[in-house]
Design a binder for this molecule. Structure first.
Ligand code: UDP
Ligand code: MG
Length: 318
């Protein structure tokens, strides 16, 4: 008998909890229980300020296979997902969002592919409904840029909605990176991976918990965790600018000996402003890496759990 875990992080999603649990349970009852296997739905309350925790507890009374992990505060989506995956005990673990943008019905195909022997079945977005043109464009761009910047084969247009086998989840558990970019880590782990395509729905209720500022930070986390190219840029650009400066210096000296002194205010301002800007940018990039090193070196736990609530085994009957 196999155990399937579905992990769902929730942050201020009280309006989505009942429908999310209802639809997911319906699918799991049909595709897991009827085969004689079992499942658990591991929900993580990521420090919500609304009634999400109460909604989860209420759902648990009607659905004993629901596990409620309550974190001590808001740790962010990637860490909340990690906490859920580390609580999950399944032979296969499926990670999905709590706003029904990832249709639970896809679980059936994921499980079928896993049973064929794949370790990771990721869901690639063919279409995305209910999201702004700006988000679609920046997301598309981001996945293509990060792919070019790293040796890890990170699939494009693919979020965290995916199935992972036990050995992949255990491998992820060994990575203690604080600035987690889960979709990259999963690719880094390796094993047998494949994708299936789906159309991403609009949110059921509520609005996105990823405003632009968080998206930018998330993009930086992904890039810094999987690429050193931004650091090397400074070196490359330094060489180019130095070569240019060398030639230009020779010209200026030659002109001086020919008695043709240029007034030079414009060229000087351009050089100062350009180099000043470039230097600040690269100090900033260095700072992004150094800050993450500092954060990592402090070695604080990734998250703190306030409580884990499971129904008694006796209440889970088939
Ligand atoms: N989420 C979370 N902690 C956070 C932010 C988001 O657990 O700090 C959850 C959120 O409740 C949802 C999932 O992560 O289940 C994805 O977030 P969201 O739908 O806001 O992101 P989007 O789909 O807009 O990119
Ligand atoms: Mg969403």
């Amino acid at each position: 008998m196999a155990l399937v875990s579905v992990v769902v992080p929730f942050y201020n999603e009280e309006g989505n909890v009942p429908e999310m649990i209802r639809r997911t349970s319906e699918v799991l009852d049909r595709v897991v229980l009827e085969r004689g296997d079992d499942y658990e739905i591991v929900t993580v309350n990521d420090g919500s300020r609304d009634g999400t925790l109460n909604a989860l507890r209420a759902a648990q009374r009607a659905q004993p296979r629901l596990v409620v992990v309550d974190l001590s505060r808001n740790f962010g989506h990637q860490i909340a997902a990690t906490a859920g995956m580390e609580t999950a005990r399944g032979d296969a673990v499926i990670l999905m969002d709590g706003d029904l943008q990832d249709p639970p019905e896809l679980i059936e195909r994921m499980l079928a592919t896993w049973r064929e022997g794949y370790d990771v079945v990721y869901a690639t977005r063919r279409a995305r409904r209910g999201e702004s043109g700006f988000k679609l464009f920046t997301a598309r761009l981001f996945y293509r840029v990060i792919r070019r910047m790293t040796n890890v084969d990170i699939p494009v247009d693919t979020g965290d909605f995916r199935l992972m086998s036990r050995r992949v989840v255990d491998a992820l558990g060994q990575t203690r990176e604080r600035h987690r970019f889960l979709r990259g880590l999963v690719s880094w782990v390796g094993f047998k991976q494949t994708g299936i395509e789906y159309d991403r729905d609009a949110r059921f209720t509520g609005s996105t918990k990823y405003p632009l500022s968080k998206m930018v930070r998330f993009a930086f986390d992904g890039i810094t965790a999987f690429s050193e190219i931004p650091l090397r840029f400074a070196t490359y650009l330094g060489f180019v600018v130095s070569a240019f400066a060398f030639v230009y210096t020779a010209i200026v000296i030659a002109l001086k000996f020919l008695g043709q002194n240029e007034p030079g205010y414009t060229s000087m301002m351009v050089a100062i402003l350009f180099l000043g800007g470039v230097q600040l940018i690269f100090i900033g990039i260095l700072g992004e890496y150094v800050g993450r090193i500092y954060d990592q070196i402090k070695g604080r736990p990734l998250y703190l759990v306030s409580s884990v609530e499971r129904s008694s085994p006796a209440s889970i009957s088939k």
